[in-house]
Structure formats: C-alpha cells, structure tokens
Design a protein around this ligand. Structure first.
Ligand SMILES: *[C@@H]1O[C@H](CO)[C@@H](O)[C@H](O)[C@H]1NC(C)=O
Ligand SMILES: *[C@@H]1O[C@H](CO)[C@@H](O)[C@H](O)[C@H]1NC(C)=O
Ligand SMILES: *[C@@H]1O[C@H](CO)[C@@H](O)[C@H](O)[C@H]1NC(C)=O
Length: 242
C-alpha cells in the first residue's frame, strides 16, 4: 500500500516537472520542425483549437489525457472540458474514454459522457427534463431554441439539481460562446467512500445568479447505492495505478 502511494506521489511530482513555461504554443497550430516536442503547457494553450500537425495533436492527446487522469479531482479540472478538448483533437483517448466512462459514477458525469460521446443519447435522456423545466417556467420551446431559452430564464433552485439541467447549461453556454472555457465550472467533492460523492457543474451566470455554493447539494437526499461506492473505488484505484 505504501509503495502504491509513493508511486502516486512520484507521478504527481513528475507531472509537475513536465509543466514548464513556454511561449511556443503557436507552433502547434502552425507547422513546425519534426524535432519539436509538445509540452503540456503548449497543449493547454491551444485547447479548443485544431492542431494542424497530426503528430503534435497526438502528443497533446496523450499529455492532456494523462494530466487529467492525475488531476481530475482537483479544482479547475473539468470533465466537460477534458472530453471537449480530446474530441476537438480527434484523440484516440476520446474514443477510449467514451467506451470506458471511468468517471461515470455520478448521474452528472454520465450525462456529460452522453453529451460528448453520443448526442442522440444525451438528447433522448435529457430533453424531456429540459422541456419540462422550461415549461414550468412558462417558456414554450422547440428542439432548436431550447439552449437560448435555458440561458434566458431564471431557473428555480430545484430545477438546477437535475444533472440533465446542469449538463444542458454546459451545452447552452458552449453554443452561445466560441468557447466555453472559463464559463462553466464543475466541483468535485471526494469524501470517504461511504459518504456522498458530489460532482456538479454550472455555467458562470447561473452560479452568480443563484449564489451557488458546493455544499448546497450535500443536503439533497440522493440514493447512495453500493454500486456508486464501487465505481468510486474503481476510479480511485485506477488513479493510483496510474
Ligand atoms: C506552413 O506550410 C505551408 C504549406 O505547406 C506553407 O505555405 C507555410 O509557409 C508554412 N509556414 C511556416 C511558418 O513554415
Ligand atoms: C447513440 O445512442 C443511440 C440511442 O441510445 C443509439 O441508438 C446509438 O446506437 C448510439 N450511437 C453510437 C454511435 O453509439
Ligand atoms: C405552447 O405551444 C403549444 C403548441 O404549439 C400551444 O398549444 C401552447 O398554447 C403553447 N403554450 C404557451 C404557454 O405558449
């Protein structure tokens, strides 16, 4: 057990050492010499943009994917963004993530995977909830304009607790802006395996409007099945094995 923990600590230090300040990120979106090695900083700087050189794109896929696996539980590392980034770079890791869904141990993260991996699945799972919530708010929408409507209605606090609504808000903010980076925030709270695992996400405007604090959702009565605990354990085991 101690060995495993030590390995994990080493990995973290290693990852920290790999991150170095560089201004060469523009190289990634242009064409560069074959000796160039992408660094995680350079890759992070071009999130949301297509990397023209496929070799660098694949390097970034790997660096980014490894970094997310190390830091997924930390503030500022969002599953929504990670999947979006891997998708933009056409990463083999994206297909793997969609198949494995290793962070899919909450309803929120399941819907995040649905949206990133299979839009049809997301819409069939979530649009009924979105339409119902909007209808409760007195707004009539169509398949086309629900994103706009969702961003322009004052949502009730209880509506915000639906994972489908949280992911739909991400979808809406992504559609409304060139890039959602910085406009959507997730919070992950890891307690002991027998307690609650909280993973939620909101767009910036909603967070401000409702003064949302992470502890709010600790009070909601969600079922805690042994399967949830099992999946959380797998995710942590996966993290430790690296
Ligand atoms: C990149 O490649 C294109 C086409 O091959 C070429 O026209 C352009 O000058 C190159 N840019 C740089 C910065 O080398
Ligand atoms: C996406 O989800 C739909 C609905 O569940 C399913 O019929 C379809 O096969 C899925 N597509 C892929 C590519 O997995
Ligand atoms: C919503 O649309 C339906 C069908 O188009 C219509 O019957 C209904 O009156 C509309 N409701 C509101 C509140 O506009």
């Amino acid at each position: 057990m101690y060995n495993k923990l030590l390995t994990n600590v080493h990995l973290l230090f290693y990852a920290a050492a790999v991150v170095r300040i560089s201004t060469a990120s523009t190289v990634l979106t242009g064409n560069a010499t074959s000796t160039f090695q992408a660094t995680i900083t350079e890759c992070l700087n071009v999130r949301g943009q297509v990397i023209t050189n496929r070799k660098f794109e694949l390097q970034c896929c790997q660096l980014f994917s490894n970094r997310y696996k190390l830091y997924w539980f930390r503030e500022g590392n969002y599953l929504t963004e990670a999947l979006e980034t891997l998708k933009t770079w056409r990463c083999p890791e994206f297909e793997e993530d969609c198949t494995q869904r290793i962070y899919g141990f909450t309803e929120f993260t399941q819907r995040v995977y649905d949206r990133a991996c299979n839009r049809t699945l997301f819409e069939s799972a979530c649009l009924p909830t979105v339409f119902r919530v909007l209808s409760d708010a007195g707004v009539n929408v169509t398949d086309q304009n629900w994103r706009h409507a969702l961003r322009n209605v004052q949502l009730e606090m209880h509506a915000l607790q639906y994972p489908c609504i949280q992911v739909a808000l991400y979808d809406a903010v992504s559609a409304a802006r060139q890039s959602s980076y910085g406009f959507y925030h997730e919070t992950v709270h890891l307690h002991t395996p027998f307690c609650h695992f909280v993973w939620v996400g909101f767009d910036a405007e909603t967070t401000v409007q409702h003064s949302i604090f992470p502890w709010l959702f600790l009070r909601t009565d969600k079922s805690r099945t042994s399967q949830d605990v099992y999946k959380a354990s797998i995710a942590m085991a996966d993290l430790i094995v690296g």
